[in-house]
Ligand binder design. Structure first.
Ligand code: 13P
Length: 255
């Protein structure tokens, strides 16, 4: 099986640095060497400490940020730029997560954040996803608009550093009833590749990295990856429990 990418989005967790160190240490200790790419996205305040823990050993775990700002530096109180994340060791940044969109993030700011991140050499995990599915399939148009506006004016030479995470909002978090059906994930993944092909080239579309997020756990991870035909997973809750997260990594490795 081709290399997969498994990303843990810790969101605003855990509540203390001590717990964050414990979590990353347990993941590092339990992870066997394999070909898949593992990325942890802790809250930015813990990033340097997590990087320090990961600086030794042959675990191959990489680090990402959960958001960034679209200016390099300056008078932007509270913001952190992609270049700053890069200097402390982040290789990836999540942009456009639905939880940030719910707080006012727009397609326009997402576009600017992606542009600067690419320019500074950070790989982008662009999140897209509909809040509900309608009978007539309008959600496909919604996803298309999210992708096209996020990538507007971006040179396609950067698309090799792009991961698109399909995260239907209705499948995310503890209030979600269930994860998305693997056959619907497969359909959406193909659709996303088609949209990318339209704005770049058929080859780029075919090679695009599309992953899934939303209520992924140890029980459904392999089925989502194999039947959903995605290139990886973006995991929220289950990434906060080292045993569960390692269980997902191991089960995907065994496909
Ligand atoms: P859950 O895995 O907790 O549903 O969260 C998914 C997510 O939003 C990852 O970015």
């Amino acid at each position: 099986m081709a290399k997969k990418i498994i990303i843990g989005n810790w969101k605003m967790n855990p509540a203390s640095l001590k717990e964050a160190i414990l979590l990353v240490s347990s993941i590092k200790k339990g992870k066997a060497a394999d070909k898949n790419e593992i990325v942890l996205c802790p809250p930015s305040v813990y990033l340097s400490d997590v990087v320090k823990i990961l600086s030794s050993g042959k675990h191959g775990i990489k680090i990402g940020a959960q958001d960034c700002f679209y200016e390099e530096k300056g008078a932007f109180t509270g913001e952190v730029s992609p270049i700053m994340f890069k200097t402390v060791g982040a290789k990836y940044v999540i942009i456009g997560h639905s939880e940030r969109r719910a707080l006012g993030e727009t397609n326009e700011s997402i576009n600017k954040k992606i542009k600067l991140s690419f320019k500074k050499g950070i790989k982008v995990i662009l999140c897209v996803g509909e809040s509900e599915r309608d009978e007539t399939g309008q959600y496909f148009r919604f996803i298309e608009t999210q992708i096209k506006s996020a990538l507007l004016g971006i040179n396609k030479s950067y698309f090799k550093d792009l991961i698109i995470a399909y995260e239907p909002i209705w499948a995310i978090g503890k209030n979600a009833q269930k994860s998305c059906d693997p056959k619907d994930i497969k359909e959406m993944s193909l659709f996303i590749k088609k949209v990318l092909a339209e704005i770049s080239s058929r080859e780029i579309g075919l090679k695009a990295t599309v992953i899934y997020g939303g209520s992924v756990d140890v029980k459904n991870a392999t089925q989502i990856v194999s039947e959903g035909e995605v290139d990886g997973l973006l995991i929220g809750r289950a990434s906060l429990d080292a045993k569960k997260f390692l269980g997902i990594i191991n089960s995907v490795s065994s496909i």
